[in-house]
Design a protein around this ligand. Structure first.
Ligand SMILES: Nc1nc2c(c(=O)[nH]1)N=C([C@H](O)[C@H](O)COP(=O)(O)OP(=O)(O)OP(=O)(O)O)CN2
Ligand SMILES: [Zn+2]
Length: 114
């Protein structure tokens, strides 16, 4: 019986879209929110699919907290591109990953799935 394990993480980062309607955006910061969805097809004896805490620790290793995203990525760091980048990284560790959602603001975000 499948379950979806969901884990959220917030982080702070600055960025600018390199081409926003024809010109670069000004550099600015957000409190970003990442949510990931991992399918678990069975539970362990404790009733867990995957341990939230272990997933959070893994996310903390890869999430670019307190960074300028333009300094570390060779793509325009939109919510869409960041969701795709995170998806590819997380999928290596959790192959049953279903989806990554990245909220850039409370009102605007993007999700990536295959
Ligand atoms: N599909 C996408 N649309 C937009 C993205 C994105 O990544 N994907 N990004 C941006 C900007 O980076 C912008 O930061 C969005 O944030 P927001 O604060 O809403 O932008 P405002 O200019 O409205 O800022 P205010 O401070 O509220 O004026 C835009 N679109
Ligand atoms: Zn922005």
């Amino acid at each position: 019986m499948p379950f979806i394990i969901r884990v959220k993480r917030e982080f702070q980062a600055a960025h600018f879209l390199t081409d926003y309607h024809g010109k670069p955006e000004p550099l600015h910061g957000h409190t970003w929110l990442v949510e990931i969805f991992i399918r678990a097809d069975k539970l362990d004896k404790g009733g867990m699919g995957y341990d939230f805490i272990e997933i959070q620790r893994f996310l903390d290793q890869i999430i670019p907290d307190y960074k300028c995203l333009n300094d570390i990525f060779d793509f325009s760091p939109s919510a869409e591109n960041l969701a795709k980048w995170l998806y590819e990284k997380i999928k290596e560790r959790y192959p049953t990953l279903q989806k990554v959602v990245v909220w850039e603001t409370k009102e605007g975000g993007a999700e990536y799935f295959e």
